[in-house]
Design a binder for this molecule. Structure first.
Ligand SMILES: [Mn+2]
Length: 447
């Protein structure tokens, strides 16, 4: 990391400003009127999760906590208090412990944490209960901001429940929507990390397409995309990728990835990586033989045309829901043209019929999490600084009520990651080809 950076590419000052912005939003919140001027916000980190005795899953920090603290340690808690106009930040961390550090690696420790994370103070996690208890005693009827819907640290949650019952807390509010409002607009440094994440994943998918051939296992394609992402600097894949050959592609969340790819199959790969905490999410579909069949090509062209016409629509900054209705309408009309839908449907029934071909939304917000800032409704207009996915698809399962049989078992999705700016949308995953000729050429290599 460079000087002044707390996370790669992110300055300590930026994180400090995020906390400032957060406290300002808390003070000026519109959620309830007459919030007392005395407020306390409690934000737990993630804790380690085990798959079986002493065998941990890869640790992934709670992204809200990471965004506002810069701290990657488990079992920590960030507490922000606001008394009149006086903000105060306390980071509770684990004490240094020689024995644990021998097994799990070094801890920041209480003495250095305040300095490293630019907090007003740091205290051992064992002092959390006492700190909150005395705050609640001194500030009766204060507002507490704590998300008790998603319990990240069961121990801390028990302590809080006990203290809330014993004291006179004015209101308890979830701060999650406010976290997500702030997180949904990406800063310059975050955009730079997102660009790199998309670049790495694009390149990895290109290499995977190049190296695919009939007879290959879905799992080998999974291994390839993982390998190329990591070799290019990503920490890991952002989610279990979908590597679906042939009719497996009609199962939207197919992640078994354990079948052999047949010569006549297309492969649908939905994969992305995490680069210094920022996720990409890209889907490409290609014929493993290097040449689309007639039916495959007809459908691919429709998905591609629809996807390419939806992206520029983001210039008008519609909501994702509006874009979704537009996708259904466009897909519906094109499916009517090739007689995969009856021609006598009105606009509403046409959209409902198109939904039978594409049962998922057109996109979601993207950032530190793959389905980022989920508290932001998809009916709000997109804004400059947001990153969204645009991912129309067509999936024709055996029970499709409209399609002739020769289209059954085909599944296609094309997904790009798009940054919204004042001057129009920018496709961050543009390095990953999607035109028919480019895809066929890539897939024809190494046959
Ligand atoms: Mn997606």
């Amino acid at each position: 990391m460079k000087d002044g950076e707390i996370l790669p590419g992110i300055q300590l000052d930026e994180i400090k400003n995020r906390r400032k912005k957060l406290m300002q939003r808390i003070v000026n919140n519109n959620i309830i009127k007459n919030t007392s001027k005395e407020q306390i916000l409690i934000m737990p980190s993630a804790s380690k999760v085990y798959m079986s005795d002493k065998i941990p899953y890869v640790f992934r920090q709670n992204t809200d906590f990471l965004y506002f603290s810069g701290c990657q340690e488990p079992d920590s808690i960030l507490v922000l208090t606001m008394l009149k106009d006086n903000f105060h930040s306390t980071l509770f961390v684990r004490k240094k412990d020689q024995h644990s550090e021998l097994w799990d690696g070094p801890r920041t420790g209480v003495d250095s944490a305040a300095n490293i994370f630019a907090m007003d103070q740091s205290l051992p996690i064992s002092d959390f209960e006492q700190y909150v208890a005395s705050f609640l005693k001194e500030h009766k009827n204060c507002s507490m901001w704590y998300d008790n819907a998603q319990i990240l640290q069961p121990e801390a949650d028990k302590i809080l429940c006990r203290l809330i019952n014993m004291n006179n807390v004015g209101t308890i509010l979830s701060p999650k929507s406010i976290f997500h409002e702030i997180r949904s607009i990406k800063s310059k440094s975050e955009i730079a990390l997102m660009k790199e994440s998309c670049k790495i994943a694009s390149k990895a998918i290109i290499e995977t397409i190049k190296n695919s051939k009939p007879g290959i296992h879905e799992n080998h394609l999974f291994a390839m995309v993982d390998y190329y992402c990591r070799m290019d600097g990503a920490e890991f894949l952002a989610y279990p990728p979908v590597v679906a050959a042939g009719k497996n592609a009609t199962i939207i969340h197919y992640i078994n990835n354990n079948q052999v790819v047949q010569r006549e199959d297309m492969v649908l790969m939905d994969a992305g990586c995490e680069y210094h905490g920022y996720s990409s999410d890209i889907t490409r579909t290609w014929p493993v033989s290097g040449t689309f069949s007639t039916q495959q090509k007809i459908l691919y062209e429709i998905v591609l045309d629809v996807q390419k016409s939806l992206i520029p629509d983001l210039k008008e900054m519609p909501s994702l829901d509006q874009l979704y209705y537009r996708m259904l309408s466009l897909l519906g009309k094109r499916l009517q043209e090739i007689k995969l839908l009856p021609s006598d449907l009105n606009e509403n029934t046409l959209m409902a019929a198109a939904y039978k071909y594409c049962p998922h939304h057109v996109g979601h917000y993207l950032g530190m999490d793959v389905h980022d800032t989920d508290k932001i409704s998809r009916n709000v207009k997109v804004q400059p600084g947001m990153i969204v996915t645009v991912e129309p698809g067509i999936y024709i399962g055996p029970n499709n009520p409209y399609s002739p049989e020769q289209f059954h078992g085909l599944g296609i999705r094309i997904e790009d990651d798009v940054l919204i700016t004042e001057n129009g949308p920018i496709v961050l995953s543009k390095d990953c080809p999607k035109e028919i000729s480019e895809i066929e050429q890539l897939a024809s290599e190494n046959q």
